[in-house]
Design a protein around this ligand. Structure first.
Ligand SMILES: *Cc1c(COP(=O)(O)O)cnc(C)c1O
Length: 362
């Protein structure tokens, strides 16, 4: 595998090359079974072991206490936008959403289909450049939960500290930064994440949910959309996305063997420092989108001085082997997604390219 691109895709995104090599080796014969993991029953011993082991790895990496369940579901984080209120927003209650960008707004809009909701805080006025100050939050007494988006993938804005909710259940969409840094799971009632940014391939969505919340689902809810269904069945109620879970398992092992979440955080900081430095020391050729204090360590968003230069930058960077640097179609500009699996070398190469581009175009 000599021909690996500098992959800055936002999602699906880069996977560790070591993981891909292991998967390639095991593709025709998974642990002596004479077949790949894709070709066997999800009721087999092999798969059951994989399912249990993957849960155990999550517990180990995130320090998840015993009173939480780890679920592997389908339908992406977008289905969680609905499942969260369907299961947890009971009659007579309301749900607060902190609006920090495109994904938070989507979650909020979906929840409005199912019950009473309110925008607890918003950073829209700043142009989604920061996380709103939630220190002074006053939540109504009948608040079922407060929902936050830990990292806004499109705008490149990330929580550095999560809000104090005074006992109200905190729920987080961590799709684009889960396992990028240590997190105190006990602060949350429920955490969810689609896998295709920082955990593995698309197709599996991880939900970490506290036991007491699992009991809350109303009786009329569809079987597949209830958390208790998947808790009782250990995420094997129906056929799981077995290959996605398998690759995710390999990614979790790679994180563990690479030193765990503290090591990931340190490495992500070093990687993104290189690129933010290229932005900050560019005499205005590049301008970062997020306010400095809320800069994401996963998605670096920036613009160039004018549109012609931006076009040239995207074109030249592509020719130089950098993939995925075009910003989301809704906001434009440039974005470098630097998830766990993006190597330091790729970030160093990008920073060097940016500096070189600046010298050529100033
Ligand atoms: C990508 C993303 C989603 C949507 O995920 P799907 O798996 O495509 O449904 C939701 N929230 C965040 C923060 C994301 O980055």
């Amino acid at each position: 595998m000599t021909n690996r691109a500098y992959n800055f895709n936002a999602g699906p995104a880069a996977l560790p090359v070591e993981v891909l090599r292991t998967a390639a080796e095991q593709m025709t014969d998974y642990e002596g079974a004479g077949m790949s993991i894709m070709e066997m029953s999800h009721r087999s011993k092999h798969y059951e072991r994989l399912n249990d082991d993957t849960q155990a790895l999550f517990r180990e990496l995130l320090g998840i206490p015993d009173n939480y369940k780890v679920l592997f579901l389908q339908g992406g984080a977008s289905t969680q936008f609905a499942m969260v209120p369907m299961n947890l927003l009971g009659e007579g209650k309301t749900a607060g959403y902190v609006l920090t960008g495109a994904w938070a707004v989507k979650a909020y809009k979906e929840a409005q289909l199912f019950g009473d909701t309110f925008a607890a805080a918003t950073s829209k006025d700043s142009g989604w450049r920061r996380v709103p100050d939630v220190g002074a939050l006053r939540l109504p007494e009948n608040t079922a939960y407060l929902h936050v988006t830990s990292n806004e993938t499109i705008e490149g804005v990330q929580y550095m500290e999560f809000p104090e909710t005074g006992g109200v259940t905190l729920i987080a969409d961590m799709s684009s930064d889960i396992l990028s840094r240590p997190v105190d799971v006990t602060r949350f009632g429920l955490i969810y994440a689609g896998a295709q940014k920082n955990l593995g391939p698309s197709g599996v969505t991880v939900v970490i949910v506290r036991d007491d919340l699992v009991a809350e689902s109303p009786n009329h809810l569809a079987t597949m959309l209830r958390y208790d269904t998947h808790v009782s069945a250990n995420s094997l109620y129906n056929t799981p996305p077995s290959f996605s879970v398998y690759i995710m398992n390999l990614v979790l092992r790679w994180i563990r063997d690479g030193g765990g979440l503290a090591a990931m955080e340190q490495r992500n900081r070093e990687k993104t420092d290189l690129i933010y430095k290229a932005i900050d020391e560019s005499d205005g050729l590049y301008a970062g989108h997020a306010d400095t204090a809320y800069r994401s360590r996963m998605n670096i968003t920036f613009r160039l001085k004018d549109e012609a230069l931006e076009k040239a930058f995207l074109k030249e960077s592509e020719a130089a082997g950098f993939v995925g640097l075009k910003g989301h179609r809704s906001v434009g500009g440039c974005r470098a997604s630097t998830y766990n699996a993006v190597p330091y070398e790729a970030c160093a190469a990008l920073a060097e390219f940016m500096n070189d581009f600046r010298r050529r175009h100033m």
